[in-house]
Design a binder for this molecule. Structure first.
Ligand code: DOR
Ligand code: ZN
Length: 344
């Protein structure tokens, strides 16, 4: 097989950032994705309809005119979010709300400390049929970073799912066997996104032979049995799993630092990286559903009409890219050879 044609894909989880960074990140995504769920963890976070609307306009201003790309906006749940905020967000076209446990990741200081306080908000989201997107990690200091996702399932997610069986939940960027099992065993209202880095790598790729800051993201890469479980989840063809890159740019000096930021900037090669993994797994026939069908079906949105073609061709991901502000950024998988290329 030297060519694959699939319905145009969407990215169901990414970070565009703001300001002049948008001139890099938005075209990179619009290159192959028709829609993207845009994370709200700006500083300050996007917490209501007005902020989401203003952010959307800034993204559209940075979108290449003929790309047909559409940003799908989200709001950030805080201790102050009210059911009324959900109603007005829904009415203004916001697609989903994101739950970050306080302190879980980049710019999550404003996030939720007491989940129970959000129950009236979850009730309203259920009523409005608005999906809840979850960063599933506990943040208690005494919990080992490699156990934080599993602990979140046991302590929090199973409670939310039990209490709100009608609420559609996306368990974002899952990283463990336990998460894949939880989603597989759940009802049809729970699904998960999976990133390219968690399919391609395990924690050895982060730590063996030296610390590799460009492979550092949150939730952190896990041991290889977990990587294998995620690979099995995508090769199973289950419609509960779909594409979400979690592309999360940080300038080079912020990654290569004594306290480096979490996030892999994968937009540059996202669809190609997934094709690369699916080929390794011998399941290229499952790529279209994962990238282009399962996401819109879960979000109750139409599937895209246009198509893309991937061509079997070796190419090397650049070592470095220059951002609009002149600073360098290192793309995810920099210097590595990928075997598929989007035909433009
Ligand atoms: O690695 C990550 N980077 N994980 C997240 O959850 C947030 C993201 C970011 O915004 O940089
Ligand atoms: Zn993210």
């Amino acid at each position: 097989m030297n060519e694959i044609s699939i319905i145009a894909p969407d990215d169901w989880h990414l970070h565009f950032r703001d300001g002049d960074m948008l001139r890099e990140t938005v075209p990179a995504t619009a290159r192959c994705f028709k829609r993207a769920i845009v994370m709200p963890n700006l500083v300050p976070p996007v917490v209501n309809a007005e902020m989401a609307d203003a952010y959307k306009k800034r993204i559209i201003d940075a979108t290449p005119p003929d790309s047909g790309f559409e940003p799908l906006m989200t709001i950030y749940l805080t201790n102050e979010t009210s059911p009324e905020d959900i109603v007005s967000a829904k009415n203004s076209g916001v697609v989903a709300a994101k739950l970050y446990p306080a302190g879980a990741t980049t710019n999550s200081d404003a996030a939720v400390s007491q989940l129970e306080a959000l129950y009236p908000v979850f009730d309203e989201m259920s009523k409005q049929d608005m999906p809840l997107l979850i960063h599933g990690e506990v943040t208690d200091e005494h919990i080992d970073i490699f156990d934080r996702e599993k602990e979140f399932i046991d302590q929090k997610l199973s409670v939310i799912v039990g209490k709100y069986p009608e609420l559609r939940i996306v368990f974002e960027h899952i990283t463990t066997k336990e998460a894949a099992e939880f989603v597989n065993q759940g009802n049809e209202n729970i699904a998960a996104t999976i990133t390219p880095q968690h399919l391609l790598l395990n924690r050895n790729d982060l730590l063996v032979g030296g610390v590799r800051p460009h492979n550092y993201c949150l939730p952190v890469l896990k041991r290889n049995i977990h990587q294998e479980a995620l690979r099995a989840a995508v090769s199973s063809g289950s419609k509960k799993f779909f594409l979400g890159t979690d592309s999360a740019p940080h300038e080079k000096h912020r990654k290569e630092s004594a306290c480096g930021c979490a996030g892999c900037y994968s937009a540059w090669s996202a669809i190609e990286l997934y094709a690369h993994v699916f080929e390794e797994l011998g399941c290229l026939d499952k790529l279209e559903a994962f990238a282009s069908l399962n996401g819109p079906d879960f979000y109750k949105m139409p599937r895209n009409e246009s198509r893309i073609t991937l061509v079997k061709e070796d190419w090397q991901i650049p070592e470095q890219i220059t951002l609009p502000n002149g600073n360098p950024i290192v793309p995810f998988f920099a210097g590595e050879t990928v075997h598929w290329k989007l035909r433009v």
